[in-house]
Ligand binder design. Structure first.
Ligand code: SAM
Ligand code: DTB
Ligand code: SF4
Length: 332
């Protein structure tokens, strides 16, 4: 089948599984050429969006996500802590800004936040915005009034991943359903915040599950503005400790297919970057990734050091992109 770059550069809601699956069957170079061409049509070349994560509440989560070191059900070696004080968050946000990040992401190990926690988190969001950083939060399931509270506080993005295909969801998590996730995503969309939604590969899912997850994301009325693609970080003590994540080639191919199916979304090369060589990361960036998590820690696990990332971007001639709400890539 011949794929047309001009047609594929426009966001579509009518992807079907069989068509999407053909992308993964293309010769590697054809797939990367197509994905890269679409990136060039929709984004400024050689530029990257950089988000820094801070875990504002770590561990003791009641959920049983099999990949996650923060579930209370698994015996992992993480430093748990309750919700951080505002002062700590201010310090970390300022550090992220002076290191070059343009977005600061607050992550919390909740099934969903209590309103009392949300009041404190809203103070954090207001501070992050006051120093001219974009702000994202990932706090689990939201009730409709909570999504409104966050939007009113000025939160730019809400991260809530579907993580895998609808069919595979119950093999990974038993304490909530895929549809619970979709309900929150709909509330986020209704509230006017931007949606950050992606998934994890390398959890033993099939290639079909990976494709199906992307088709499901593409069928959302508006595509998520930001799509993190994580490779499993297999953490000791979790049910997935013995898995190895996806191969480097499969990770690169997943980035490329994501770029093609969600042509105007920022695709973030997320967890698992630490295991990639410079050349493998460069291939992910060629394949359409135009965003990274920047900073030595993700939530509880390691990420490349900032100096190394800046040196790599410099070698590749890639510069950090300033946020511009009017850019044409915002998916419609
Ligand atoms: N509790 C909230 C939730 O589940 O949405 C927010 C935090 S949760 C840690 C955010 C995301 O981190 C998950 O949806 C998953 O995609 C990613 N994640 C967690 N553990 C991971 C791991 N070991 N490897 C790769 N990604 C992981
Ligand atoms: C996302 O998709 N990946 C980030 C962020 N959203 C919150 C988290 C990755 C976590 C990796 C495991 C850890 O550090 O605990
Ligand atoms: Fe809790 Fe989120 Fe980890 Fe699941 S992924 S155990 S909800 S912190």
């Amino acid at each position: 089948m011949k794929f047309d770059i001009d047609i594929l550069s426009e966001p579509r809601n009518d992807w079907i599984f069989d068509e999407a699956k053909q992308l993964l069957q293309l010769p590697f170079n054809d797939l990367l050429f197509l994905a890269h061409s679409i990136t060039r049509k929709n984004f400024i070349s050689n530029s990257i969006q950089m988000s820094t994560l801070l875990s504002i509440k770590t561990g003791a989560c009641p959920e049983d996500c099999s990949y996650c070191p923060q579930s209370i059900r698994f015996n992992t070696e993480i430093e748990k802590h309750e919700l951080l004080d505002l002062e700590n968050v201010k310090t970390e946000a300022n550090k992220a800004k002076s290191s070059g990040a343009t977005r600061f992401c607050l992550g919390a190990a909740y099934r969903g936040p209590k309103d009392k926690d949300l009041e404190k988190i809203i103070e954090m969001i207001k501070y992050v915005k006051s120093i001219n950083l974009e702000c994202c939060a990932t706090l689990g399931l939201l009730k409709p009034h909570q999504a409104k509270m966050l939007a009113e506080a000025g939160l730019d993005y809400y991260n809530h991943n579907v993580d895998t295909s609808k069919d595979n969801y119950q093999n990974i998590i038993s304490t909530r359903t895929y549809d619970d996730r979709i309900d929150t995503l709909q509330e986020v969309r209704k509230s006017g915040m931007k949606v950050c939604c992606g998934g994890i590969i390398g959890m033993g899912e099939s290639e079909d599950d990976r494709i199906q997850m992307l088709v499901e994301l593409s069928q959302m009325e508006r595509h998520p503005e930001s799509v993190p693609i994580n490779n499993l970080v297999a953490v000791k003590g979790t049910p997935f400790e013995k898995l190895h994540g996806a191969s480097e080639l499969d990770f690169i191919k997943m980035i490329a297919v994501t770029r093609i199916i969600l042509p105007r979304s920022y695709v973030r090369l997320s967890a698992g970057r630490n295991k990639l060589s410079e050349a493998e990361q460069a291939m992910c960036l060629f394949a359409g990734a135009n965003s990274i998590f920047y900073g030595e820690k993700l939530l509880t696990t390691d990420n490349p050091e900032e100096d190394k990332d800046l040196a790599l971007l410099n070698k590749l001639g890639i510069t950090i992109e300033a946020p511009n709400p009017n850019q044409k890539h915002i998916p419609l």
